[in-house]
Design a protein around this ligand. Sequence first.
Ligand SMILES: [Zn+2]
Ligand SMILES: [Zn+2]
Length: 339
Amino acid sequence: MVLNEICSLKENRSPLQLTTLPNPFPKEKEILVKISACGVCHTELDEIEGRTPPPQLPVVLGHQVVGTVKDTGLNANRYKAGERVGIAWIYSACGHCDFCQQGEENLCEAFQATGRDANGGYAEYMTVPEDFAYKIPDVFTDSQAAPLLCAGAIGYRSLRLANIKDGQNLGLTGFGASAHLVLKMVNYRHSDAKVFVFARSEKERDFALELGAVWAGNTEDKAPEMLDAIIDTTPAWKPVVEALNNLRPGGRLVINAIRKEDRDKDYLMKLDYPEHLWMEKEIKSVANVARKDVSEFIKLAAEIPIIPEIEEYPLESANEALLELKERKIRGAKVLKIV
Ligand SMILES: [Zn+2]
Ligand SMILES: [Zn+2]
C-alpha cells in the first residue's frame, strides 16, 4: 500500500494505493524481512497529511513491523533465515555523534524513520539494517507484537521521562494504543501508583476503567486529586492546557506526539501563567525511540506479559484503518495482517 502524494484525509479518503513493487534487495549488513503484521499508528496520519512528510514519494508507510527473515545481505550475521524479527520507528542513526554514543540516538541529526525515510511495513517485504531489528519473544503472536514496537516502546520512553515513582499519581490524557499499554506497565511496575485518565470518548473512558484506572473523565474535567505527571498522547492543544491545570507543583507534563494539529491551537490563548505553569511545572516532549527503548520494552512486555488489545485488518484495508484512527474509532491497537 503506497503513498504517492501528500493530501488531506478529509478530501481523499483513500490516500494509499495497492501497488505491485519489485522485492527489495538486502544491502550489506541488511536483512530482507517477509512481513506478516504491521501496526497502524497516528504518525501515519501526520505523514499523509504532511505534518511530518516523507522526504521522497512514493513511499511505503508503517513502522511497527513483524515478520521473518527471508534473506541476509553481505556480512549480515545477526539473524538466520526463518527467524522472527520486529522493526520499529528507528530505522537507522549515524552511530558516531554525541547523541548516538550516549544511547540517545533518537535525537541524532541523521535519524531515519521506518516508513517515512525508508520504505516500511504496509507491504509484503522490506529491508532493514540488521542492527535495527529485534528478536520477538514467543509469548506474542505476530499481530500482538506489532503495536508493542511503537505504541509500547514510545509509551515506555514517555513513562521513563514522566519519572513517576511508587505511590504517585499519573495522568494520561488521550487513551489510544500507547496510553493503554502505559496503563498496563504502571499496573505492573508501580502497583501503588494511581492512574487518572482524560479522554473525550466515553468508550475510551470505560476501557480505561476496565484496565484499572482509578478515575476517568473528560479532557476538561478536574481530576479528584492533583497529579505528579501527565502523559499527553493527543494530537490537540486543549488537553495540554487542561493537563497543566491538573499538575501538582513541580509536576511534569510529557507530550508524546510527533506533531500537533493546528485545529484548536487558539486554545493556547487560555494558558494562564500562574495557574498552568508557575510553581516549577515542566513540559517535556518525547522524540522518536532509541533501540534501548524498544528492546527493554519488549523484554518487559514478555515478562509481565503485556498482551495488547488489537483489531486486525487485511493489508488492502489500510485506508479504512487509518480513517477509523483519524475519526477516533479506537479500541486498542489497529494491525494490518499481511498474508
Ligand atoms: Zn508509531
Ligand atoms: Zn548520531
